[in-house]
Ligand binder design. Sequence first.
Ligand code: SF4
Length: 209
Amino acid sequence: MKQMDGVCVRDCTRCDALVASRSQIVNGVGPADADLLFVGEGPGATEDEQGAPFVGRSGSVLDEALAEAGVGRDAVRITNCVRCRPPDNRDPHADELDNCRDFLEHEIDVVDPTILVTLGKVPSEHLLDRSVAITNESGTVVDHRLGGRSRRVLLSMHPAATLYDRSQREGFFATIASAVELAGLNDAGRGDGGAASEKSGGQSRLGEF
Ligand code: SF4
């Protein structure tokens, strides 16, 4: 892919508004063969400034949840649906998500994670191609075709939800712990595929929250 260097995008100008608002393209970070891949919405102000995803307050919550699950940030890969900061922190528009989709699908293909975690409503709806009630569906595992092959996807609320509503913290931390188990990154996750039990239709619930 001409604009990609491995799993990183260089010099892309597909989205006029985002090219105007970004300081730099924010590519994914972490091992290119990670078992656990997080996909967020897009860079915010801190990410745009530092050139890495999830490095602001939300990133601190994600780091904390990973640490509590026994895993460091450097063991996982973290990327976004769009790689350039939308103006005024608005949601990315549908055409911008579409513009960036082949970059994301290429990254997913290369990384080939055991489990992909969508962080929030926007990446969940974008990758599953349907509406998602993320508060209700957070913690759900689905098998979904992405880039020509089936992927195991764990839906999660955005870590920022725990900043706005402290009562969401326990559920978010439980979802991240499940992601670590499903990826086989801790002892509890090896052998039995983690805490999620299969249901018919390829879906399972990881607790009610
Ligand atoms: S968001 Fe993606 S497609 Fe749009 S300009 Fe940035 S890198 Fe290119």
